[in-house]
Design a protein around this ligand. Structure first.
Ligand code: ATP
Length: 883
């Protein structure tokens, strides 16, 4: 269908050719038919990495290349069993790598699908929200500011509609769209003012179009190959670990050089020296680490999805754990966004909504203004009421329905002929409807803005001059309602004989007649209260940001525990007056920002960032994108959020809930903690191996461990426990600690020192076992070294579950996966010792019960030693705190 010049067709031709009525839309049978005919409304992007490619990529690794080289050399020298083992381990490692990468890729793919946008369409006479992927040609699509256009189509309704289509035309300024049918052939894309293109962005107003092309049959589909695919991003920690890996690689080469040199001085055979160097290189590099980090991250991302947080950018997983300020919108995030009108005010009379009387002209006008100046819908779908749109507006419709005033019906009497959509900057919305023989402008919005646009007030059925006294009275009532945490919408109108040429705030939203106010409650979310408490304990400052009235905001913030004694609320206007320096000096004082516009949010984020804080910021509107991008963790709303805000965000909250952010922070902290545990485990074991080899060379001892032994331990027996540490349950005090400083190295806070000490102990234990066994034979010595090294590492996993807490406090059985991993690793180790053929290949011997006893005793020493170190450090720490 993309070939036709649709922009030349008028409404009638469009309806005929696409076989659709714009008021009713398609029916479900027709939709199904077209869905089958035209397929998914999605752009097929370039293919993914194939499994084969992934497999070969595993061999690019520096370490793997060295190993293959080593296996070739040993084969050449007649050590065929070594060659086979090394190649087997390399192969196994590559297969594991592919499985892991594949899993990580799949979960990332799932992420992309989760965050695909929705579209609003008219089908069978109702407005429905569907996945964009389900839009078909002929659908009548509704778009408004903040939406991505879900299909190509001809515009049939436009209210200040502006679309930014730079992806297609390169023109970054949004284009005003209208419904004028174009003439002439081959009009350039940028000049088709009555046409909307898939994946361009609505920046202003609202409108409707008939979809003429979907999926690959769209302008953007035609150039799909040109759209760049998203780069894979790495988290800061992954980048640092890559660097560390490179450093260790270089370190290994240097150490190999030293060993060669010492060996040369000691007159050792060259082959021995070569194999020892390979052993050392294998010992020094934590081969499994990058894969384990990726897996732990992707498991964490999956957990977050299960808990309603979709991570759009992987680095956010890590940043979340460092968050120290959470700036949250009020409506819907801290509150339930279940607005219910409870109060109605008309001049000098504040009543409960159920006492309103539609015989009273002012009360009727107040209710009708709320109903007609409204874009929400409340349709009955199979007997059930289904609300679509802004909850504030839904509340106004529900209030009117109490009195039998239905929106569709009233709009058929008073047809809408023009409008100025709501925007959070102006805080007003206006419609023009036919009324008697002329037109009536209906405006609703924030009282502080609206009252300035009125010069009369409706009292009874009369319009009276609006005096300062009356204004003061109205403002008093507004404050009274706000202090009870009610959101207040003020209502006004004016009659005009004809529609002005230019529809803008200047022409419509002035000289209005004030009618009254509706007050609605929006109760705080219960779970938000707990989450606020939790975040404060975790050293994270919660901040409320809202477009609502200051007094309403303060009342709710107090109830939630966000606004405490000594803290203040500030309004957007006052914030504007502060210089950057003044804001810097006072920012810690403010817990509530009221009546803010989206651009204020950027200042708030930057203000806190200057204080060195890591800021999470929520946002939903089209104008929130800059703040979301600027924040360290931009959180968009999954339900109420616009497509633009989701695109700009690092994380999308599928339940729009503040508590979800706090839960995600907890998960972020846990993930980082667990990656640290894996690193702790793997590096301390590597250091143990290096220490054992290095000392034996310096002391002119025979080599205690062969390359295949170290390879086996590092690549096979260690990887499962390291992975199990990556999914360790969170430590109990994880949300009682202060946020981690992202600038600090992970090896500070004692981890680096601990690693070195533990590694040295493991190395010495291994050498001790080797020495004892060597009295009998070199093979028994190596077997005892191999078993002691393997076992002590498995025992050591318990030590690494906490840097400072005793494993007896944490409990040996609290990570069942770790127990399973240890068991499997143990069986693997016993397998190569007790199966004669394997024993042969690995050049191991058979140990006596006494020797096994010694191995076991030595292996347990690492547990006792680390427990002692932990007890001692805790003791000194406590004494320091007391002093
Ligand atoms: P947040 O989501 O940031 O907590 P909010 O939803 O209260 O804030 P906005 O949606 O920007 O903030 O609303 C600001 C003010 O604009 C409200 O206090 C209300 O007076 C007015 N307002 C809100 N929605 C509408 C609407 N649909 N039509 C007219 N005025 C509105």
């Amino acid at each position: 269908m993309g070939e036709k010049q649709w922009y030349k067709k008028n409404l009638e031709e469009l309806m005929n050719e696409l076989n659709v009525q714009t008021k009713i839309g398609l029916d479900s049978e027709e939709v199904l038919k077209r869905r089958n005919e035209y397929g998914d409304n999605s752009i097929k992007t370039a293919g993914k990495k194939s499994v084969v490619l992934m497999f070969f990529n595993q061999f690019k690794d520096f370490m793997v290349i060295i190993l293959i080289l080593a296996s070739l050399i040993s084969g050449f020298l007649g050590e065929i069993s070594d060659t086979i083992i090394i190649l087997l381990v390399v192969l196994l490692n590559a297969i594991l790598g592919v499985i892991q990468e594949n899993k990580a890729e799949k979960s990332l793919e799932a992420l992309k699908n989760l965050s695909t946008p929705n579209a609003k369409v008219i089908r069978e006479g109702n407005i429905l929200e569907i996945k964009s992927i389900d839009v078909v040609p002929g659908d009548v699509v509704i778009i408004e500011a903040g939406d991505f256009v879900p299909a190509d189509g001809v515009i049939i309704e436009s209210a200040s509609l502006m679309i930014e289509e730079s992806a297609l035309t390169g023109e970054s300024v949004p284009v005003e769209k209208n419904t004028n049918t174009l003439e002439g052939d081959n009009i350039p894309l940028g000049d088709r003012k009555n046409f909307a293109y898939t994946s361009s962005l609505v920046t202003n107003g609202r409108g409707k179009f008939i979809a003429t092309g979907t999926g690959m049959n769209t302008e953007i589909g035609k150039i799909a190959q040109m759209i760049q695919s998203q780069e894979d991003t790495k988290t800061p920690l992954q980048v640092k670990l890559d660097e560390l890996g490179k450093l260790l690689g270089i370190g290994a080469i240097v150490v190999c050089g030293i060993i060669f040199f010492i060996g040369f001085l000691q007159n050792r055979p060259v082959l021995d020296m070569f194999m020892t160097s390979v052993s050392l290189a294998v010992a020094a590099i934590p081969e499994g680490l990058p894969a384990i980090v990726t897996i732990v991250l992707s498991i964490g991302v999956q957990n977050m999805i299960d808990n309603n947080a979709i991570i759009r950018k992987l680095p956010a997983v890590e940043t979340l754990g460092t968050a120290s300020v959470i700036c949250s919108d009020k409506t819907g995030t801290l509150t339930q966004n279940k607005m219910t009108v409870t109060k109605l005010y008309t001049y000098d009379k504040l009543i409960d909504i159920d006492q309103a009387n539609m015989e009273n002209p002012t009360e009727l006008t107040a209710i009708m203004t709320g109903l007609l100046c409204n874009d929400a819908s409340l349709d009955s779908d199979k007997g059930e009421k289904k609300a679509i749109g802004d909850p504030t507006e839904v509340a106004l419709i529900v209030a009117a329905e109490r009195f039998g005033l239905l929106r569709k019906q009233q709009e058929s009497y008073y047809e809408r002929v023009g409008e100025l959509p709501f925007d959070s900057e102006r805080k007003l919305m206006t419609t023009i409807n036919t009324f008697n023989n002329g037109y009536r402008v209906f405006t609703k919005g924030a009282l502080d803005v609206l009252i300035g646009r009125c010069n009369k007030i409706m009292i009874g059925k009369d319009e009276v001059e609006l005096t300062e006294d009356i204004i003061e009275k109205i403002k008093g009532t507004n404050e009274e309602l706000s202090s009870k945490a009610l959101r207040v919408l003020a209502l006004a109108y004016k009659d005009i004989p004809s529609i002005p040429d230019n529809l803008n705030s200047e022409t419509l939203e002035k000289d209005l007649v004030f009618v009254g106010m509706q007050g609605m409650i929006d109760p705080p979310r219960e779970e938000a209260k707990l989450a606020v408490q939790k975040s404060k304990e975790a050293g994270i400052r919660p901040i409320m940001i809202t477009g609502d009235h200051k007094i309403t905001a303060m009342a709710i913030a107090k109830e939630l525990g966000i606004l405490e004694e000594g803290q203040e609320a500030i309004e957007g206007i006052a914030l504007e007056k502060l210089t950057d320096e003044e804001l810097y000096n006072s920012i810690e004082k403010y817990s509530v920002y009221a009546r803010v516009s989206p651009e204020h949010k950027v200042r708030i984020v930057e203000g806190w960032q200057k204080k060195g804080k890591i800021v999470a910021m929520t946002g939903d509107g089209v104008n929130d994108a800059p703040a979301l991008k600027r924040a360290d963790i931009g959180c968009a709303m999954g339900i109420t959020g616009t497509d633009v805000s989701k695109e700009a965000a690092d994380m999308v909250l599928t339940d729009d809930n503040f508590a979800t952010i706090v839960a995600a922070v907890e998960e972020g902290r846990t993930i980082f903690d667990n990656i640290k545990k894996s690193i702790h485990f793997l590096l301390s074991c590597n250091i143990g191996e290096v220490v054992a080899l290095f000392i034996s060379i310096v002391l002119k001892l025979p080599i205690p461990l062969l390359p295949i032994h170290i390879l086996w331990i590092n690549l096979i027996t260690d990887s499962l426990p390291a992975l199990a540490l990556g999914v360790d349950p969170a430590e109990k005090d994880i949300m009682k600690r202060k946020p981690r400083n992202p600038k600090k190295s992970i090896f500070s806070d004692g981890l680096g020192l601990m690693l070195a000490v533990e590694g040295t102990i493991i190395g010495i234990l291994t050498l001790a076992a080797f020495n004892i066994g060597s009295n009998e034979s070199l093979t028994i010595g190596r077997t005892m070294a191999f078993t002691t090294l393997s076992l002590s590492q498995l025992v050591h996993t318990f030590n690494t579950r906490s840097i400072d807490k005793s494993i007896f406090k944490i409990g040996f059985t609290t990570n069942k996966k770790l127990l399973g991993a240890i068991l499997i690793s143990l069986l693997l180790m016993l397998g190569i010792i007790f199966i004669p053929a394997l024993r042969e290949i690995f050049k191991l011997g058979f140990l006596s019960p006494l020797q096994w006893g010694i191995v076991l005793g030595l292996s347990l020493i690492i547990l006792v030693a680390v427990e002692l170190i932990k007890a001692l450090t805790n003791l000194t720490k406590n004494q320091k705190e007391l002093a």
